[in-house]
Design a protein around this ligand. Structure first.
Ligand code: C2E
Ligand code: MG
Ligand code: MG
Ligand code: MG
Length: 292
């Protein structure tokens, strides 16, 4: 009887695995369809100089306009793409679509860089830098310095020398590199030392925690200090309150992104927003003597 029960369990396990595999296949098909039917859209979130209100960049963030479920955030579909061949197709679509949006920004008189999130797999895909060269060549109006690629620390984990070479190749074109979610991955300091880059983005978890938690505040201060020592720009992400912005200014971080400034939005709304946004008076009043 025990033997029989064991066999049944085994069969159940088998059936569950088979179901999971089938679901994965179906999700893959749905995502491929979504890409083919242009159901993905890019939202833009501004990057600003807090004190002056100058809009200095826009991060492109993907959304899935799902026919039944509505607008879905990356958390609802990126994990399904992760590690599949479709991840590369999706990533290439994002870059192409981001460059098209950059052209629209230029047409609207906004010559600001767009920041594009690049997945680990995409960054390490053979020929990524060469593909970027071709992509930029198809858009002769776009200066490469208007393109910034955001990578995460985990992205570089597998083969640091190869990633460093790819980044160096891109920077030689004048494409900027930003290290996203800084401090949340592994070996942050090694990455800083070995990867060519231009900007560090302070992860939003530290920004959220820094008002109440001295440890988070110390990390924010540390990242700002590191960026200054290495000669990198620093951007705080996830700024949700005026008080957070003020503290960041006091700590020496001038650039920020976050819902307190603007949520990610479709490009038309972005252009309209950029033409009328004013920073909070508290940020404008912040004088440079207050900087550490
Ligand atoms: P990320 O690159 O770190 O982007 C910042 C995320 O924080 C975005 O979430 C943005 O909407 C959100 N955010 C901005 N300001 C605030 C704020 O004040 N408070 C809070 N709570 N959140 C804020 P989103 O759009 O859901 O994207 C999540 C992540 O998905 C991104 O994190 C990025 O890693 C990834 N992602 C988004 N679009 C793409 C893409 O086109 N390609 C790739 N490979 N990854 C993408
Ligand atoms: Mg990002
Ligand atoms: Mg981030
Ligand atoms: Mg993130």
């Amino acid at each position: 009887a025990a033997k029989q029960a064991g066999r049944n369990r085994f069969h159940q396990f088998d059936a569950a695995q088979e179901r999971a595999r089938r679901e994965q296949r179906e999700q893959g098909l749905r995502l491929r369809e979504a890409l083919a039917q242009a159901q993905f859209v890019l939202f833009l979130q501004p990057k600003v100089v807090m004190q002056t209100g100058q809009v200095v960049g826009a991060e492109v963030l993907a959304r899935w306009q799902h026919p039944e479920r509505g607008l879905l955030p990356p958390a609802a579909f990126l994990p399904l793409l992760d590690g599949t061949p479709l991840e590369i197709d999706f990533g290439e679509w994002v870059v192409e679509a981001a460059l098209a949006q950059l052209e629209r920004l230029l047409d609207a008189g906004l010559a600001i860089p767009v920041s594009i999130n690049i997945s680990a797999q995409q960054l390490q895909h053979p020929g990524f830098a060469a593909w970027m060269v071709q992509c930029l060549a198809r858009h002769p109006r776009l200066a490469p310095r208007l393109v910034e690629l955001e990578i995460t620390e985990s992205a570089a984990l597998y083969d640091l020398p190869a990633v460093a070479a790819t980044l160096a190749e891109l920077r030689a074109l004048d494409v900027a590199i930003s290290l996203d979610d800084f401090g949340t991955g592994y070996s942050s300091l090694t990455y800083l030392r070995r990867l060519p880059m231009d900007t560090l983005k302070i992860d939003q978890s530290f920004v959220r925690g820094m008002m109440a938690d001295p440890g988070d505040r110390a990390i924010v201060q540390g990242v700002i200090g590191l960026a200054q020592s290495f000669g990198y720009q620093v951007v705080a992400e996830g700024v949700e309150t005026k008080a957070q912005g003020q503290l960041l200014l006091q700590l020496g971080c001038a650039h920020a992104q976050g819902n307190c400034i603007a949520h990610p939005m479709p490009i038309d709304a972005f252009i309209e927003w950029a033409n009328r946004w004013q920073p909070p008076a508290e940020w404008q009043r912040q004088n440079s003597e207050d900087y550490l």
